[in-house]
Design a protein around this ligand. Sequence first.
Ligand SMILES: [Zn+2]
Length: 523
Amino acid sequence: MSMSEPKIIFFNANIITLDHRQPRAEAVAIQDGKIAAIGSNKEILKLKSASTKVVDCKNKTVVPGLVDCHVHMLEFGLFLQELDLRDTRSIEEMQTKLREHVGKHPELNWILGGRWDQEKFQEKRYPTRWDLDTAVANKPMFLNRVCGHLSVANSKALQLAGITKNTKVKGGTVDLDTATGEPNGILRDNARDLVWKVVPKPSKETLEKACLSACKKAVEFGLTGVHWLAGSSEDVQILQELHFRRELPLRVYLGIPVEQLDHIFSSESPSEFGNNMLREGFIKILADGSLGAHTAALKKPYADNPKTRGLMLYTQKKLSQLIMKAHSRGLQLGVHAIGDRAVENVLEAFEKALKKDPRQNHRHRIEHCSILNPQLITRMKRLGLIASVQPHFVVSDFWTVDRVGPERARWAYPFKTLLKKGVVVASGSDCPVELINPLLGICAAVNRKDKEEESLTVDEALETYTLNAAYASFDEKKKGTIETGKYADLTILSDDITRVPPDKICDATVEMVIVNGKIVYSR
Ligand SMILES: [Zn+2]
């Protein structure tokens, strides 16, 4: 027998409901995990009974629970335990950090981590196996670039993976040293899997711990839900167990790799595991790489590397087949496409699938869709596709204009145009590529330094993390605004981010987070 939860009332609050019929309110009453009533202090406090918990918000700002629509939670959790090279300014500094890390963790058999960015290095070049060997030669090392599509391995790791100058990989590259013709340690896209295959798998306890610490961090940053990009069936199994033990502090909507399609969805109907805390969501397909690594598929060559147009990870035929397979099973798709050629090819595949098997309300998404143009945006709208974007890329990928030149850069991350053309824009972080803090994303979307005309208003940016995020998981009737009958998922902030100077948005702190009517974080 389950008892109904005690009613909570939050009052003296500055509530931004994002519900146009009642944009602001002072108090909200919660019962059974849902919003029972919303209104003035006077109206709501009248509903109080002896068992009601009453929370004085002291004029803090309450917004609908923030949701991150694209986050690799397990990798994030593991990364919290790994070496972080994000703010490394030179290869020499990278070497120092490696030596220190190995000294501090003698128990590690493999040195993993990364998030380095050669654009931030004084040397402005990729590190090589020999740079790494100079720091640590006796342990294998494998360090990802910030984009996650390119990595550097030291000699020990290359040796263990059996990589030589003759190694050829479909959908990937083993870079060779121009002088000696030997692998220089840089591995792109699928070539990275050769190393991953020989990295010992973390134990189940390690993975579980990683999932939980990622969830904990997400909640601390104000998130009440994540669209969790699963790497394998292992993530999913761990999540099911955590959910079963009621240890998930926030809602999880799964993005499942297409390779797992048969495995995960072997049961007849895709299930909702219980109370809407954990749901099987969309099927994830990777169409291309990243701009940072020159592997995002562009229509014309890279401005700063005319020898390449990037790389599609599937032939058009295979891509269409994969999309068709998931689409015809009634599933939602989320296809990673960054370059304009990748987006175009994905649109073509969706057009084909929707023609053959028309379906309203499919809510298919393009993940990232970084380099667009007006024609592509029109086609996205016509097909009813969701743009699942990561606003903070605008800040981190400050070199985008170098990669694609000014003409194409005009249509990099065109958030405002997408909204104006009626495309649903949902936002996320792509953590651990970026930090998980959603306020950084909101701040980046609002303060466009690269092109002001593509800036969003704070309300629009907030909607991409709430109502539009809910739409992207078929949940707009259940959450995304603060309305009677919706889930009580709320984020309480120190400041009213719609009223502070726009560049001060990320200075707001998360005061409290409520998921399903329960306080899951309090500062
Ligand atoms: Zn991603």
